[in-house]
Write a protein that binds this ligand. Structure first.
Ligand code: ADP
Ligand code: MG
Length: 403
């Protein structure tokens, strides 16, 4: 395909996956005048519910893929666990961005680590465990423990991961997963970062200021953007590493790269071939959201340099919030929505985003809120804002008062 042809509204854009990231993609595309098709087997998928058309089929359904190929002008994805083969098939008929190769690397931790190795990107020491005898081989490297055994494919939000402290635990965790895994040394983390960038098929690239993330039980809990003051050149180095990855894989689309800071050094953790949970703040704090950049990269449009107007903190709202004492209770949204400013009269706005999911379940991402501080665009110290956001989060499950 000649990738350089700009696709303009009202072209039909297709997205594989219908979760909240797909929903924000659809919203961005709709605002710009595009039509949207979503392929997702879940009849209640958040993106499917607002798209022009929801194909409620499996990702490898031949008829659904054929229909998309016939009607859509281009295809993207909102999560990495769609079959790369489906993307490859679609790419024979129309532009698919990012392509099946990049998505294939991101969806398999073994391929991903091999990619990091071959490009000299620092990452935690690891071994590939595909069969029991690989454990004996890995044992020779005592430096892998304490570690984390991670399933190579289909893990997300900390699922498919087990902390292991001795080889017996490695063997029993591997036996219970019964599939190829990666054994990774557990690094003592000083902080976690992410870089979100967009790259077009002509190779031009833009990125957001580095984001700092806090995970709880393997799930993203909160993100501060920009990251709190980083040492030395860490911020520039993280952005450079992410850019090197995008170039090496000839990436087209929005790419998120997760990094660890351990012992003062940067390590690449993993990458996501799509907008990222830690980039939700770009909806409220930046001149252009990661979702609009996804639409633009997909459609071969120009990529404006993102500018962050306000420092921000994003808090994920998991289904647990609906069951504060084990009993269903709608969170007290008035705490966020009825208040014009924060208590001290500072210019801090709260932005609520709920994804329209019907049932709140343990660990399920139901929504998020972002605090933006317009007095403070980019001083890299969002710790005070994080404390405010955590207070607000706690009051969401308090008594229902509006105001
Ligand atoms: P997922 O695909 O579920 O996001 P990750 O590999 O990013 O999987 O792991 C989720 C979280 O678990 C990370 O953000 C980090 O907090 C923790 N973690 C993962 N790998 C390591 C490691 N090697 N050392 C220390 N912490 C880790
Ligand atoms: Mg991760």
């Amino acid at each position: 395909m000649n990738g350089s042809v700009a696709l303009l509204p009202p072209a039909v854009l297709g997205v594989l996956g219908g979760g909240q990231l797909g929903r924000f993609f659809v919203l961005a595309a709709l605002e710009m005048g595009y039509q949207t098709w979503v392929l997702d087997p879940d009849p209640m998928s958040p993106a499917g519910r607002i798209a022009h058309r929801h194909l409620c089929n499996n990702y490898d359904d031949p008829a659904a893929l054929r229909a998309m190929a016939e009607t859509c002008a281009a295809i993207t994805t909102e999560f990495e666990n769609v079959p790369a083969t489906a993307l490859a098939e679609l790419s024979r008929a129309l532009p698919v961005r990012p392509g099946d190769f990049a998505v294939g690397v991101c969806q398999d931790r073994i391929a991903e680590k091999k990619f990091f190795r071959s490009h000299d990107l620092p990452h935690s020491p690891c071994a590939f465990i595909k069969c029991a005898s690989d454990i004996s081989e890995a044992k020779k490297n005592a430096d892998l423990l304490p570690g984390i055994l991670k399933v190579a494919r289909l893990g997300y939000d900390g699922k498919g991961q087990t902390s292991v402290t001795d080889w017996q635990e490695v063997a029993s965790a591997f036996k219970s997963y019964d599939c190829p895994c990666v054994l990774e040394k557990k690094l003592p983390l000083e902080r976690e970062l992410s870089v979100i960038l967009a790259r077009s098929d002509d190779g031009s690239m833009v990125s957001y200021p580095v984001i700092e993330n806090v995970h709880v039980n393997g799930i993203l809990d909160s993100s501060m953007a920009p990251a709190c003051l980083l040492e030395g050149e860490q911020s520039a180095l993280a952005t450079k590493m992410a850019g090197r990855i995008a170039e090496a894989i000839n990436y087209c689309g929005v790419l998120a790269v997760e990094l660890f800071v351990s012992g003062g050094q940067l390590f690449v953790n993993e990458m996501a071939p799509r907008p990222h949970n830690s980039g939700h703040h770009t909806l409220d704090a930046c001149n252009i959201s990661q979702y609009e950049l996804q639409v633009r990269a997909l459609c071969a449009l120009g990529l404006p340099q993102p500018v962050q107007h306000y420092s921000s903190v994003m808090i994920n709202l998991l289904g647990d919030l609906w069951y504060p004492n084990g009993v269903y209770q709608e969170p007290n949204w008035g705490v966020l929505l009825a208040r014009p400013n924060d208590e001290a009269g500072n210019n801090i706005a709260a932005h609520l985003h709920l994804y329209g999911k019907d049932s709140a379940r343990h660990g399920r991402k139901m929504g998020h809120f972002t605090l933006t501080d317009s007095n403070n665009a980019a001083d890299g110290n969002s710790k005070a804002l994080l404390a405010r956001a955590k207070n607000l989060q706690r009051s969401l499950t308090g008594p229902a008062v509006v105001g």
